[in-house]
Design a protein around this ligand. Structure first.
Ligand code: FES
Ligand code: FE2
Length: 455
């Protein structure tokens, strides 16, 4: 039983027909007849569950590393902790992009401490081994010799590349499993939503310098849940929603808070809404200022010309949040941002947020966009203080209470499900179809029913 902390997490006997309807592990309880979907709180608190996640999720799924614009010039590099490993993400002198383990191959010393820079080589501080941007060991700082000429002839002392590195539209992902399915297959239908975001600019999107890094006590899945949880939006963040609505000067704005949410297959999820609170691409509201109006209207015309009325209008006016399973999220509403939630343990998580913008965006629109970004997600914005207070309260509640099951049932009976697969569901965006789709994939991976490998 999930309440019994004596037992390691287990998978129930696997019945393929049941797999997509019932749960495979003891951590999820599904009652279709009564429209009930519940998660046991141990998934948020138990170190044994975290160990399973490390092995089956973070060592097997495609994990977001960074955007091409963060290493835009030859020899640019950055270091990042991804799925429990420190990595160097770099562009070599010939502009080829790499991801290496950030460790010296001599004795395993952590190699690079800078978060980002532009460098010809990476030098280990211990005995001075020097690696170039292609990861090749160039020098052992041993003028008196001591090494045979063929010491590294087979390249065994070169930096260790991650097993897989692939990108989709400039978004670089790594996978530590050499047998993993390719990234495009893994992304599947979520590409439709990524395209709605990355089609906003013909020149592409770029990360706007730096990132916000927040460290929080609590489980990483509380954060991934939260970002696609549209239900809490105008309740927890009521002040922000009142502020947003007031900026439009349109009393009918609240009536535009309509939309759908659900699963895009493989655990990826989304919500999409028509809420008309302004988008730098490409929906003007009075708060953006008169000077921004012609720029935004020109942008909308351009989108209509490139994609036709229906898709052009959808890109311009609808907003969306989405997750690439397990923990990469994109927010595309009053601004665009990418975020990741990498756990350090079952009780500590690092969230990074990168503001994105179209390359070559006019200065005025860039200012409007970044002002929107900071108003909501900045350190003093409306969102994080509210959400972080809740994360802390959930952590406290889960640690101390005897409440065992958490409820994710909202709208369960109303959702449409494709191919009998709850990971491809759709219902009102204020329901919890998107979370159920994500948890169904989590359940299947933890049970060993999804290998995420090529056939
Ligand atoms: S540990 Fe890096 S050079 Fe010796
Ligand atoms: Fe929130």
């Amino acid at each position: 039983m999930p309440g019994n902390t004596e037992r390691a997490p287990t998978a129930k006997a696997q019945h393929p027909a049941r797999a997509l309807h019932g749960a495979l592990t003891d951590f999820i309880r599904i009652d279709d007849a009564n429209g009930r979907f519940e998660i046991n709180k141990r998934v948020f608190t138990d170190p044994a569950v975290f160990e399973k996640e490390r092995a089956l999720i973070f060592n097997k799924c495609w994990l977001y590393l960074g955007h091409e614009s963060e290493i835009r010039n030859p020899k640019d590099f950055l270091t990042r902790n991804i799925g429990g490993r420190s990595l160097i993400f770099n562009r070599d002198r010939n502009s080829k992009v790499h991801a290496f383990e950030n460790v010296c191959t001599h004795r395993g010393t952590s190699l690079e401490v800078r978060t980002h820079d532009n460098a010809n080589v990476f030098t280990c501080p211990y005995h001075g081994w020097v690696f170039d941007g292609e990861g090749v060991l160039r020098d052992q700082s041993s003028p008196a010799g001591g090494y045979d000429e063929g010491f590294n002839a087979d390249g065994r002392y070169n930096l260790m590349p991650v097993a897989r590195l692939e990108n989709y539209r400039g978004l670089y992902f790594v996978n530590f499993n050499p047998k993993a399915v390719d990234l495009v297959t893994y992304l599947g239908k979520s590409r439709e939503y990524l395209d709605l975001i990355f089609d906003q600019s013909e020149d592409g999107l770029e990360v706007v310098g730096g990132s916000q890094h927040l460290v929080n006590g609590g489980n990483w899945k509380v954060l991934t849940d939260n970002l696609v949880d549209a239900y809490h939006g105008n309740i927890l963040h009521s002040t922000y929603f009142e502020f947003l609505t007031s900026r439009t000067l349109d009393p009918k704005t609240a009536a535009t808070f309509l939309g759908f949410g659900g699963g895009l297959g493989h655990g990826h999820n989304y919500w999409e809404s028509t809420f008309a609170v302004g988008r730098p691409i490409a929906h003007w509201i009075p708060a953006f200022g008169e000077a921004a109006k012609p720029l935004i209207e020109a942008k909308k015309k351009e989108l209509m010309a490139r994609f036709g009325d229906e898709r052009g209008e959808r890109i311009a006016k609808t907003s969306r949040n989405m997750t690439i399973f397990p923990n990469m999220m994109i927010v595309d509403n009053v601004s665009i941002s990418i975020r990741t939630m990498y756990p350090e343990s079952e009780d500590r998580v690092h969230m990074n947020i990168w503001a994105m913008a179209p390359k070559n965006e006019p200065d005025l629109l860039r200012r409007v966009r970044l002002d929107n970004h900071l108003t909501f997600t900045g350190p003093a914005g409306f969102a994080h203080p509210d959400d972080y207070e809740i994360f802390e309260r959930m952590r406290e509640g889960n640690k101390t209470s005897t409440l065992e099951w958490q409820d994710y049932s909202k709208g369960m009976k109303a959702e449409e499900i494709e191919d009998g697969d709850r990971r491809k569901s759709r219902s009102d965006f204020l329901n919890e179809s998107q979370q159920r789709a994500w948890w169904t994939q989590w359940d299947r991976i933890i049970a060993g029913a999804e290998t995420l490998e090529q056939e």
